[in-house]
Design a protein around this ligand. Structure first.
Ligand code: UDP
Length: 345
C-alpha cells in the first residue's frame, strides 16, 4: 500500500489532484500539508475519505511521521500579486520546501513537482518546447517565482543524476477554473470576479499580450495520467497546458459579454509582463497519447463564472463560503485537521 504526501493540497490545483489520488485503490494514506497561504480548507471539505489527513503547517518546517512513497510538491502561490507581495516566502516554500520534502521521500519513491511556464520568462521562441532555456531576469519582479521554480527543477534533476531519485516535473501553463480564489488576482479570475461585482475589468497595458489558458479538469487529467495512472517512465520536464493562444484583451471582451454594461479599463502595464506564452505540446502528445485540452476556453469561462457566482454568494441555490467549515467546531471531518506541527489524526 502507498503513502502519499501532497504539499499545497488545499490549493486550487492541489485539491483537484488530491481528489483524483483518492480514487486509487492502492492508496493507504494521503497526507496534505498546507499553510493556508493561498489554499482553503473548503477545497477538500466535501471529501469524507478516512485515508485523507490534513496538516496545517509550512512545508519547510513541518514534522512528518515516517516517509512517503510518492510526494507531490505544489506548495507555492502562483498568482503574480501574491508571490510578489511575499517573494522571500515564495522562494522558501518552493526551494526549502523541496529540500524538506526530499528528506521524507521513501527509498525508491517518486517526487513530483509542478513547475511553470514562467521558466521560459519572456520567450524568444513560440511555441515554447521544453528544450527552450528561457529568458528570465533573476533580479526582476517575477524572479521569486520563476527562479525558485527553476531552482527546484535543478535540485530534482541533480537529485536524479547523483542519487537516482525518481522525479517527475511538469511545467504548467496558465490554468483556470473552479477553486481559484476570488481574490486570486490572475486574469481570468480577476475579470470574472470584477464582472460579478459590477466593477470595471482591469487590463494591464494594451491587452495585446497573450497566454494559453487550460481548464483545470484537462490539466488535472494530464497530471493524473503522467504522475501515476499511465505508468509513465519519463522524468520531464513536460509542458502541460492548452496550446490555443489568446490575447488578454480577447479574454476581457469575452468575459465582458456576460456582464453587459461593465466597462474595460486599461491600467499601467505590469512590469516585465511576458508578451506571449504558448506550450509546444509535442512531448505531451508522445508521453500522454490522446490527451488534449478538451474543454474549450469559452466553456471553461462559463463553468468558472457559475462557480464564482456560488462562491461569492450570488446564487440562492449554492452556499456561500463565508466560514471555513472544516476548521469550525463540529465540522464533520474536522478530525483530519491539525494546526500544530504534528500530524493530524
Ligand atoms: N492581467 C490583466 N489584468 C488583470 C490580471 C492580469 O491584464 O486583472 C494580465 C497580466 O498582465 C498578464 C496576463 O493578464 O499579461 C496574465 O496574467 P496572470 O496574472 O493571469 O498570469 P501570468 O502573468 O502569471 O501568466
Amino acid at each position: 500500500m502507498v503513502r502519499i504526501l501532497v504539499a499545497g493540497g488545499l490549493g486550487f490545483i492541489g485539491s483537484h489532484l488530491v481528489e483524483r489520488l483518492l480514487r486509487r485503490d492502492d492508496l493507504d494514506e494521503c497526507l496534505v500539508v498546507d499553510n493556508l497561504w493561498t489554499g482553503c480548507p473548503q477545497n477538500l471539505d466535501h471529501v469524507l475519505d478516512p485515508r485523507l489527513r490534513v496538516l496545517i503547517a509550512d512545508v519547510e518546517q513541518a514534522s512528518f511521521d515516517g516517509r512517503f512513497d510518492e510526494i507531490y510538491h505544489l506548495a507555492s502561490p502562483a498568482s503574480p500579486p501574491w508571490y510578489m507581495a511575499e517573494p522571500l516566502r515564495t522562494i522558501s516554500a518552493n526551494v526549502i520546501g523541496a529540500m524538506r520534502l526530499l528528506e521524507v521521500l521513501a527509498p525508491g519513491g517518486q517526487f513530483a513537482f509542478t513547475s511553470t511556464s514562467e521558466v521560459y520568462g519572456e520567450p524568444q521562441v513560440s511555441p515554447q518546447p521544453e528544450s527552450y532555456r528561457g529568458s528570465v531576469d533573476c533580479t526582476g519582479p517575477r524572479a521569486s517565482y520563476d527562479e525558485s521554480k527553476r531552482c527546484v527543477e535543478a535540485m530534482l534533476f541533480e537529485a536524479r543524476r547523483v542519487l537516482g531519485v525518481r522525479v517527475k516535473v511538469v511545467r504548467l501553463f496558465n490554468v483556470f477554473g473552479p477553486r481559484t480564489r476570488v481574490d486570486d488576482g490572475r486574469a481570468v479570475s480577476n475579470f470574472i470576479s470584477q464582472g460579478l461585482r459590477g466593477a470595471p475589468l482591469t487590463i494591464f497595458g494594451d491587452g495585446a499580450q497573450t497566454r494559453s489558458w487550460g481548464y483545470i479538469d484537462d490539466i488535472a487529467e494530464a497530471l493524473e495520467r503522467y504522475f501515476w495512472r499511465d505508468g509513465v517512465d519519463f522524468a520531464g520536464p513536460l509542458n502541460i497546458g492548452n496550446d490555443r493562444e489568446i490575447s488578454v484583451l480577447e479574454v476581457a471582451r469575452y468575459v465582458q459579454g456576460f456582464f453587459p454594461g461593465t466597462p474595460i479599463v486599461h491600467l499601467a502595464p505590469a512590469p516585465q509582463d511576458p508578451s506571449n506564452r504558448r506550450p509546444d505540446l509535442t512531448t505531451a502528445r508522445r508521453v500522454l497519447p490522446g490527451w488534449r485540452c478538451a474543454v474549450p476556453y469559452e466553456e471553461g469561462v462559463v463553468r468558472t463564472i457559475a462557480w464564482f457566482r456560488a462562491e461569492m454568494g450570488l446564487e440562492d441555490a449554492a452556499p456561500a463560503r463565508a466560514m471555513p467549515a472544516a476548521l469550525s467546531a463540529g465540522a464533520a471531518n474536522a478530525h483530519r485537521f491539525a494546526t500544530s506541527r504534528g500530524v493530524g489524526i
